[in-house]
Design a protein around this ligand. Structure first.
Ligand SMILES: *Cc1c(COP(=O)(O)O)cnc(C)c1O
Length: 360
């Protein structure tokens, strides 16, 4: 038997989730965001599964885009962080990379470049996130420079990024949408606003181009239940199996630091998954784990290659019983909340060590 730990990636669930984007925003072009190794799921298999349906993919940077081209992906690729050096413009021209840009230096570099074909450029506007994006007052000038340049394909998409679309009671999202709309009212520019929570939760954010990422992988970006997000299907099942079982007496401890103490005679199951496989080390005792279809809980510290679970009183747990760290029966965001983080982080930092197995 080989080590039973793996991430099973359900490509039909991925396609289902992309289909939900299309259903919610049938008049938009929905770009699939597959940066950071497709949020840990594996860039190329994810891109190939979605390629027949998507108009374009989005990634962070030229390096990620070149990997996709090397893997045979032919869709336009939107670079969400634009370009960092002038030399990247030649690559963008050669490979049809679209550039999301945000400052006067980038505009000047594009206008001054010697190119044979115009580049597709999106201009990002800062409507309150204050991370990337041109200031609203600077935008008209940058937009006009781009529109006047033969190096720039028309139209130029105007984009912004929402700061708290996952909090459905916050007014800021409507203010951000309003600010972009009033800024661009005079232009005939296509708009791009929505990330996953924008697309799912804010109909006003669904514009010519949407940029869903996290929702494609099947977890809701919202805290509570949500009529649309609850239709998503988890794509990754982080799976393993019980490899050892033991009974310990009341008062005995488990794991490094002896931090978990049995309050009664207990049954401990050991699973060959640890922080070296992407399970968060700061998940505390009590974090849920599925064992043989039942909820068990982490007992003691997470090791590099192993975790230990309290399975006292659970039915039919034996060596070989299946374990799900997160997946169809336990949301990654629920595990993440125990570990003081978000599902996005747990997924994107999954290491290469953990085998990905693709199910079509
Ligand atoms: C990552 C990213 C997205 C996707 O966000 P999700 O919340 O994963 O849907 C959209 N737009 C930009 C600019 C991004 O960086």
């Amino acid at each position: 038997m080989t080590r039973p730990s793996q991430a099973l990636v359900d490509l039909n669930a991925l396609r289902h989730n992309y289909g939900l984007c299309q259903t919610l925003a049938p008049h938009s072009q929905n770009i699939a965001v597959i940066k950071a190794n497709a949020y840990g799921h594996g860039t190329l298999p994810v891109a190939k599964a979605l390629a027949p349906e998507v108009p374009a993919f989005a990634i962070a940077c030229t390096e990620e885009a070149l990997d996709l081209r090397a893997g045979g992906i032919e869709q336009p690729l939107l670079l969400l962080e634009g370009f960092f050096q002038a030399e990247e413009l030649a690559l963008a021209e050669e490979h049809n990379f679209w550039l999301m840009i945000e400052n006067a230096e980038q505009v000047a570099t594009i206008v001054a470049a010697k190119l044979k074909h115009p580049l597709t450029v999106w201009l990002k506007v800062d409507t309150g996130m204050h991370r990337l994006g041109a200031a609203i007052t600077d935008t008209p000038k940058l937009y006009q420079q781009l529109m006047a340049s033969p190096n720039v394909a028309k139209p130029v998409v105007m984009a912004t990024h929402l700061a708290c679309a996952d909090e459905l009671d916050k007014e800021m999202t409507l203010n951000q949408i309003h600010d972009l709309e009033s800024l661009t009212a005079r232009y005939e520019a296509p708009l791009s606003i929505a990330n996953s929570p924008g697309l799912l939760g804010w109909p006003q954010a669904r514009r010519e181009w949407n940029r869903p990422g996290y929702m494609l992988y099947g977890d809701s970006p919202f805290q509570g239940s949500h009529s649309e997000a609850d239709k998503l299907q988890p794509v990754m099942s982080f799976q393993s199996a019980v490899i050892s079982l033991r009974h310990i007496d009341e008062g005995e401890t488990v794991g490094y630091g002896a931090t978990w103490r049995a309050e009664k005679p207990s049954t401990i199951a050991t699973i060959p998954v640890g922080y070296g496989d992407g399970y968060p080390r700061n998940a505390p005792s009590g974090t849920p784990v599925m064992v043989a279809g039942q909820r068990a809980s982490l007992a003691g510290r997470v090791s590099m290659d192993l975790i230990t679970l309290d399975v006292t009183g659970l039915n039919s747990v034996r060596i070989g019983s299946p374990v799900e760290l997160w997946g169809k029966n336990l949301r990654v965001s629920e595990v993440a909340s125990h570990a003081n983080t978000i599902g996005y982080e747990l997924l994107t930092r999954m290491p290469a060590r953990l085998r990905r197995v693709y199910q079509d």
